[in-house]
Design a protein around this ligand. Structure first.
Ligand code: HEC
Ligand code: HEC
Ligand code: HEC
Ligand code: HEC
Ligand code: HEC
Length: 213
């Protein structure tokens, strides 16, 4: 009898060994995960890391940065940022707030999978739009400058007007080649946005631009 019970139940030392192995496995997985996120968060700070996977046109975005520094003149708003203050890809693409950051980390993990399994397509399609907060964290003072000439920026803080009427990147197209002397303003991007808000609020001029896409 004594021997039988021994055969039916695994010895207690066996149970605790499985448990310990399981716990060790879980711990290793956890360390790998945290380490992975930590490693990526560290690597992200380097624009070369982005370019290690991305090809055209993103490699061109990267080249524009170097060009902007060399020529003391930028060809797009993103490289203007790089030239004036060394602002990197991740400064705009990091994902704002806990939710924004988590979304970027998840999509980046999926993107890494796509890259290593050959599922990636180029050019990359934007899944997570760059949020207003990504710009406002550096530009709040510009937006708050009072005066009619800044009414569309001031509107950001008017709960009735923003969102949906103010999206920084609708007017400030970031990777499109433009002119530094005009602060990369594109009439075809900006004017429909001005008029859209005028339309909605019933104030201000409209009817000059082609309707918003
Ligand atoms: C000043 C902020 C800013 C910086 C710096 C920046 N981006 Fe962007 N990026 C944007 C915005 C905003 C968009 C959305 C499309 C647009 O407005 O041009 C975008 C779009 C993209 C897209 C989507 C595809 C596309 O063409 O729209 C990729 C990929 C991208 N950026 C990669 C990069 C890389 C790589 C760098 C660094 C070399 C970088 N970005 C630097 C703001 C920025
Ligand atoms: C491990 C490879 C890899 C690295 C490193 C990488 N990317 Fe990507 N990225 C991808 C792939 C793959 C896609 C998806 C392309 C597709 O199929 O549309 C992508 C998509 C994107 C997009 C568009 C999707 C979205 O998020 O909305 C942006 C923006 C972007 N990457 C920016 C960056 C920036 C900025 C860096 C550096 C901080 C970076 N990537 C580093 C592989 C990578
Ligand atoms: C309806 C279009 C529109 C929207 C939306 C918009 N801007 Fe602007 N922004 C402009 C125009 C036009 C200028 C050029 C003003 C000038 O040079 O006289 C400008 C200029 C700027 C400048 C240069 C400094 C300055 O104040 O002249 C910054 C910084 C800026 N915008 C940031 C932002 C941010 C951040 C957002 C989002 C909260 C935003 N903008 C939304 C149209 C817009
Ligand atoms: C990390 C901080 C930072 C982020 C993020 C950032 N900017 Fe800027 N931006 C700057 C600085 C610094 C300047 C240069 C100011 C100067 O030289 O007076 C600048 C300049 C500008 C200008 C003026 C360009 C010119 O030619 O005069 C515009 C427009 C602008 N930013 C829009 C944006 C938009 C739109 C976003 C979001 C997609 C953004 N910025 C994100 C820091 C930032
Ligand atoms: C978020 C909403 C919003 C956006 C975006 C916006 N406006 Fe306006 N605009 C208004 C409102 C509201 C008024 C009327 C309030 C006032 O007269 O102060 C107005 C009035 C005007 C007027 C007429 C002033 C008058 O005395 O009749 C002009 C000109 C104007 N806007 C130009 C622009 C331009 C140019 C842009 C784009 C760069 C723009 N607006 C973007 C909301 C907006």
């Amino acid at each position: 009898m004594k021997d039988n019970s021994k055969n039916l139940l695994p010895p207690s030392s066996f149970i605790s060994r499985t448990w310990r192995l399981g716990a060790l496995g879980a711990l290793i997985a956890l360390v790998a995960l945290v380490g992975g996120v930590g490693f990526v968060s560290y690597q992200e700070q380097n624009d070369r890391f982005c370019i290690s996977c991305h090809t055209q046109p993103e490699t061109q975005f990267f080249e524009r940065d170097a060009q902007a520094v060399a020529q003391q003149s930028a060809t797009d708003l993103a490289s203007f940022h790089y030239r004036t203050k060394g602002i990197r890809c991740i400064d705009c693409h990091v994902g704002e707030g806990i939710v924004g950051r988590a979304a970027v980390i998840s999509i980046a993990t999926w993107d890494a999978f796509k890259h290593y399994t050959g599922l990636q397509h180029q050019p990359a399609t934007l899944v997570i739009p760059v949020q207003n907060a990504a710009c406002i964290k550096c530009h709040e003072a510009d937006l708050r400058k009072p005066g009619f000439e800044n009414h569309y920026h001031n509107a950001y803080f008017d709960p009735n007007l923003s969102p949906p009427y103010i999206s920084c990147v609708h007017c400030h197209v970031t990777h499109r080649v433009g002119d530094e002397r005009t602060a990369f303003q594109f009439r075809d991007a900006i004017l429909p946005r001005c008029e859209y808000c005028h339309e909605q609020t019933g104030h201000g001029p409209r009817g000059q631009a082609t309707p918003m896409p």
